[in-house]
Design a protein around this ligand. Sequence first.
Ligand code: PHE
Length: 357
Amino acid sequence: MSSGSDLSRLEEILLNEVAEAADLSALEAVRVSALGKKGRVSELMTTLGKLPPEERKGFGATVNTLKSKISDALDARRTTLEAAALSARLANEREDVTLPVRMGPELQGRIHPVSQVLDECIEIFADLGFEVAEGPDIETDELNFTKLNIPAEHPARQEHDTFYFHPKPDGSRLLLRTHTSPVQIRAMQSRKPPIRIIAPGRVYRCDSDQTHTPMFHQIEGLVIDEATHMGHLKWVLEEFAKAFFEVDNVTMRFRASHFPFTEPSMEVDIDASAIGKPGQWLEILGCGMVHPNVLANCGLDPEKYQGFAFGMGLDRITMLKYGLPDLRAFFSADLRWLRHYGFSLLDQPTLGGGLST
Ligand code: PHE
């Protein structure tokens, strides 16, 4: 049986051991020998049963107090030792900040031109006040078509060469989105105007030849508020084109076109002399003012809200900007191609630093 004075003696010994532990591993050894399963404090508890019942309660409480004193002391000492270990490291370790970047394995990796161009686009549109929104590649018929004012049996559905999944028992079908426009719907359903988003991503069409691949990339844009008009649309696209192609002036041609989800609708070509190919118009996107039916389908009052949308081919503008001749090479996973056309990790596009320099 341990008397009160034995306990205070033990306390003194243990506190002393804690104070004298010179490093973290010595401290851990003290902890185990005091509070571990077979430690000196823990063992005291096993003697509890042998005490006369009237002494048990008091003894238990005393041992518990001892336990928490020791563990507080251990914590405090650990904090001190850790701080000392850190200061010692800081005092010893030296970095030569003037060393050049070492060509480690990360630097041999290459960023795919489409990823690079996506980063460039995000940088430009972020600067114009757009935020990035996303939607899934596997979409519902409803969001990819119906809500975009393309009802069942509408001829536009045929034009889209859609990859459908097997119909579900209720007759509804999932599909691989044929454009990024369903993200417009998701955005209008989930946020309140003013809305200013871009939505980049993969899209799929059952189509394959020299200039078409079954999967390609688009970047959607959507602006909705109470007063946005076509002048804003043209200005945004022009600012984008100038920043993207890194030229002072870009001549753009807006051709009347048709999309069920915009009215009026336009296709936009740029005068390729801006990128060193005089005499050519190159189509880069489709756009228009969001159709009132689409606004209404998303619960927005077309009398109150209006805005524009555009959908641009990312692969297309990548080919134009970086002079890549063959779209299929984008997806052939040929390392030689990637090493040649890819970008270094250190080439982070910024407006301040210049997008591509
Ligand atoms: N979704 C259209 C397409 O894929 C492009 C577009 C987007 C047109 C937004 C108008 C407005 O062809």
